[in-house]
Design a protein around this ligand. Structure first.
Ligand SMILES: Cc1ncc(COP(=O)(O)O)c(C=O)c1O
Length: 393
């Protein structure tokens, strides 16, 4: 008789055979353009450290000071044991930065999505969700127990058809990633907003990869499209461009106060640490003063993507620093990633279920920390290994 854990053995074997087993590399250095991975110094094309804040001197000093002043842990859930002045300071600074009435900080972007969707929708409601939305949106939709309607990726016309046919719901919500995390394309937010407004539906956008990247000095997708006041709730992360860890919802005072009353990750999970919160405050202050790092990120992005396209790589529909190098077959993408690593480049392959089965890819992430020389090195190695594996001809 097979043992009760036989299913695990079988599933793991299948994943290994299909090249879909996810390895986790071990890093033994701070985040930066170069990192030490499994004992080897490699060029980092994996991280979401868009602006270099993950190891920024100012952020580190502020985190150290916060530990001296407030200690290391929040010691409880905010609604039960109180919140630190630091949490409120971060929320006020983020509200000013994003040009909204209020924000509410969370322990992660994942938590922020669970809180927003779990608060605003219930079993009598319908959520219209882009088919390529992030896993945390999908899980937030499920948590709400609303009916979930997936509309075609980035397609306001398809969204309109679905909104038209779902008339009996108590409330209707539309949610989209701002920048799609695996393809790097930008949601057509102006069209989504105007379509949703025809049906009086709420609009939520997850700006995890737009914050610190799009808009004036990284103010995000709403600023990029000049849609201030037209999106009901922005959801974001402090774990990518902001360089630390945490999440945020941003919008009107009324909506944010409501999420504060109802959001389960706020009500039932401890707050962000003083060090993380203080470092996030420093990140917002730096961006309030200057957009130089964001400009550098975009200069690097253009240089790398122009070079990759000139080599003949297919970069899909990317419009941002997220650079998918489309391969198709998961095993070939895995082999490409391994050869890149041997040649000094850390760039992971992504396969099913994160992307569709025949759409495996290398996901290269560009940062303001990369120098021109780093990017030149990356292009040389991508070209050489791409020819060696017959990905380029
Ligand atoms: C679009 C999107 N939303 C939310 C998240 C979750 O953010 P966090 O890592 O802060 O939980 C991610 C992170 O991968 C993301 O890409």
């Amino acid at each position: 008789m097979p043992g009760k854990l036989e299913f695990i053995h079988q599933e793991m074997t299948t994943l290994r055979e299909q090249g879909l087993l996810i390895p986790i590399r071990v890093i033994d250095s701070p985040q930066g353009a170069w990192v030490t991975v499994d004992g080897k110094k490699v060029l980092n094309l994996c991280s979401n450290n868009y602006l270099g804040f993950a190891n920024h001197d100012v952020l580190k000093r502020r985190a150290q000071k916060a530990i001296d002043t407030f200690g290391v842990g929040p010691a409880a859930v905010r609604t039960i044991a109180g919140t630190l002045t630091l949490h409120r300071e971060l929320e006020a600074k983020l509200a000013h930065f994003k040009g909204v009435e209020a924000t509410l900080a969370f322990q992660s972007g994942f938590c922020a999505n669970l809180a927003a969707l779990g608060s605003l929708a219930g079993p009598e409601d319908v959520i219209f969700s882009d088919e390529l939305n992030h896993a945390s949106i999908i899980d937030g939709c499920r948590l709400s127990r609303a009916t979930i309607v997936r509309y075609a990726h980035g397609d306001p016309q398809d969204l309109r058809e679905h909104l038209r046919s779902e008339t009996s719901a108590r409330r209707r919500l539309v949610i989209t990633d701002g920048v799609f995390s695996m393809d790097g394309d930008i949601a057509p937010l102006p069209e989504i907003v105007s379509t949703a407004s025809e049906f009086d539906a709420l609009v939520l956008v997850d700006d995890a990869h737009g914050e610190g990247v799009l808009g004036r000095a990284g103010r995000g997708i709403v600023d990029h499209f000049q849609l201030h006041g037209k999106v009901d709730l922005e959801i974001g992360t402090l774990s990518k461009a902001f360089g630390v860890v945490g999440g945020v919802v941003a919008g009107s005072r009324q909506l944010v106060d409501y999420v504060q009353q109802k959001g389960r990750p706020l009500l039932f999970s401890s707050a962000a640490t003083p060090a993380d919160t203080a470092a996030c405050i420093a990140a917002v202050e730096i961006l309030e003063k200057s957009g130089d790092l964001v400009d550098r990120l975009w200069t690097n992005t253009r240089r790398f993507k122009d070079g990759m396209r000139a080599l003949g790589f297919d970069l899909g529909r990317s419009e941002t620093p997220i650079t998918p190098v489309m391969i198709g077959d998961a095993k070939l993408a895995g082999a490409f990633s391994r050869r890149l690593f041997e040649e000094g480049i850390f760039a992971v392959s992504i396969g099913y279920p994160t992307v569709a089965r025949d759409k495996a890819r290398i996901r290269a992430m560009i940062s303001a920390t990369h120098s021109e020389e780093d990017l030149g090195f990356a292009l040389e190695v991508f070209g050489r290994v791409g020819r060696e594996l017959a990905i380029l001809h």
